[in-house]
Structures are given as structure tokens and as C-alpha cells.
Write a protein that binds this ligand. Structure first.
Ligand code: ZN
Length: 297
């Protein structure tokens, strides 16, 4: 459905009306912000960091009543035309005066522009730009221009419908780690053990980080481990991988950690602390990899 003609009428209509900041500018919020950002500049918290501009207008979990009907109608129109997904693309801010503790914040926002239909990697949709004017004690203190893309997601392939195209990247095998890959070919996960101090290490290295010794032998991992941390990969897509998939930092029962795939459970079921067990995955005729099977039971 082509709604391009209906979208332009929203330009210039309000996106938020008579918004009131839930707190006056205050030192506690400034201090928390600076700690989160790692900004130790001595001017703070006597004045607010300019980039905090939007923070003073945020409605928190309970939201604001300032949201306008026009904004809701625009989003309903876009949703109805199939542009149901949303992603924030960029933001620009302009600062006109300092914000200092005690300043009362009010704001209004306007739908500045709705783009023609555009096709991006994510899908086809419309960019919506809103501009918020932030006032301190009634005086314009800054503007916050925020752009989103409302889009129809590009066709997703069904589970199992398509095999990943392309070859999984090859490991770099060199003289420092050749023994590890020999172990993998025999279905043994080998951990290096320092000949000087006995410290276990993984990944393989030519020397010991604890004592500097270059003497070492190996111990075979039992195969038991737990998920120490993990990420679930959705984007960007790589030809050899079929997202979503979980990449775990696995803590082996011997105490060392290694990065590998968590298999056997849906990626969204992977949890920190989940017990996992080593197995060897035949990726293609030339490549076999140690991976870890999780259990959501
Ligand atoms: Zn050592």
C-alpha cells in the first residue's frame, strides 16, 4: 500500500505537547550520568553535561502524558501499511545555554519530516524525524533532533529452509597452537599446563603469563563446563552462520575459559551458569570444531 501522500500532512504537527521534566536539573542525576560515562570533569555536577539534554525530558517507566495524537496516528498509519518495525538511526543536539541544578525543564516536540519511502538493508520504510525543544525556566536551552526508521522487515527465511551459504572461517593454525588442533582432530580438548609453575592456560601461548616459563605439557579437558558469559548474534549476518546463534565464554571445569558456540538449545534459552558439555561439530569435510551442548532442563 502506498501511503506516501498521507504522510506529508504530519510534517509540522506536534509529537509532544507541554512536556514537563519529572525532576528539576539536579546534582544526583548529573553525578550518576558522569559516573556511567566515566566523565570526571570538575565542572560537574555544578553544571549539567550538555549531552544530558534528553535525559531531563525522559518519562521513565511510567512515561509522559505529553505524547500527541498526531504522533500516535502517524505510527498507526505506518503500522497499518506494514511498516511495523522501528529502529533509531541517529540523533543531533544543539546546545544554547547551560543547564544548572534547580532549572525547571519543559519541552515540546514536533514531527519535523517524514521521508519518502526508502529501502535500506533492514527493509523498506520511512524515516521520521522529530525535533524536541527543551526549555529551562522557560528559556530555550537546546534542541534534540531524533530520527527513526519505521520499516517492513526484509523477508526472513524460515528456520531450516535455507542452509547458510559460504564457508565457515578457518582457524589460523601455527606452531604455537598446532598441538591444540591435533587434539581436536582426535576429539580431545587439550589445555596447556606450565612446566614451571603448573598454571593451566587457554588459549595456547608459547609461554606462561604467571612465571614466564616456556616449558609446558598438556592436560585433556574433561569436557564439563558452564556458561560464564555469552552473546546472541543476530546482526550482522555472515554467510557461514545462521542467526540467531549463541557464542559463549565457557568456563571449563579445569578453570580456564574458551569462546565457542553453545549448541543444542535455542539461543534465547542460553543463560549464565548453564551447564554445558563438550562435543565436536563436523562443520564441513575439512573442519571440525569443539562446541558446547547446553541443556535447558
Ligand atoms: Zn608458569
Amino acid at each position: 500500500m502506498n501511503i506516501d501522500g498521507e504522510l506529508k500532512v504530519f510534517e509540522g504537527l506536534p509529537a509532544a505537547v507541554a512536556g514537563v521534566g519529572k525532576d528539576v536539573v539536579n546534582e544526583a542525576m548529573i553525578r550518576h550520568w558522569c559516573e556511567a560515562m566515566g566523565d570526571a570533569h570538575p565542572a560537574y555536577p555544578g553544571v549539567a553535561p550538555p549531552t544530558m539534554l534528553q535525559a531531563w525530558t525522559m518519562g521513565g517507566l511510567s512515561g509522559h502524558t505529553a505524547r500527541s495524537e498526531a504522533q500516535d496516528e502517524l505510527f498507526a498509519l505506518l503500522d497499518g501499511a506494514g511498516f511495523t518495525s522501528v529502529v533509531a538511526t541517529d540523533c543531533e543536539q544543539e546546545y544554547l545555554r547551560d543547564l544548572r541544578p534547580g532549572d525547571s525543564i519543559t519541552f515540546d516536540a514536533v514531527i519535523e519530516s517524514v521521508s519518502e519511502r526508502k529501502t535500506t538493508k533492514l527493509g523498506t520504510g520511512h524515516f521520521v524525524t522529530t525535533r524536541m525543544d527543551v526549555r529551562a525556566d522557560g528559556e530555550l536551552a537546546g534542541t534534540h533532533r531524533f530520527r527513526i526508521l519505521k520499516y517492513a522487515p526484509a523477508e526472513k527465511k524460515e528456520k531450516g529452509e535455507k542452509k547458510p551459504a559460504g564457508q565457515r572461517p578457518r582457524p589460523v593454525v601455527n606452531r604455537d597452537n598446532a598441538g591444540f588442533w591435533e587434539g581436536v582432530s582426535e576429539h580431545r580438548l587439550l589445555i596447556q599446563r606450565c612446566g614451571g609453575c603448573g598454571t593451566l592456560r587457554f588459549p595456547w601461548l608459547p609461554g606462561c603469563n604467571a612465571c614466564g616459563s616456556q616449558e609446558w605439557d598438556t592436560v585433556e579437558a574433561s569436557g564439563a563446563g558452564t556458561v560464564y558469559s555469552y552473546v546472541v548474534m543476530h546482526h550482522p549476518p555472515f554467510p557461514a552462520f545462521d542467526p540467531p546463534y549463541a557464542v559463549g565464554l565457557i568456563e571449563l571445569s579445569e578453570g580456564v575459559r574458551m569462546v565457542s558456540n553453545v549448541v543444542g538449545v535455542d539461543a534465547d534459552k542460553v543463560r549464565i551458569g548453564m551447564p554445558v558439555r563438550l562435543e565436536f561439530l563436523r562443520v564441513d569435510p575439512e573442519l571440525e570444531l569443539p562446541v558446547f551442548r547446553g541443556s535447558d532442563g
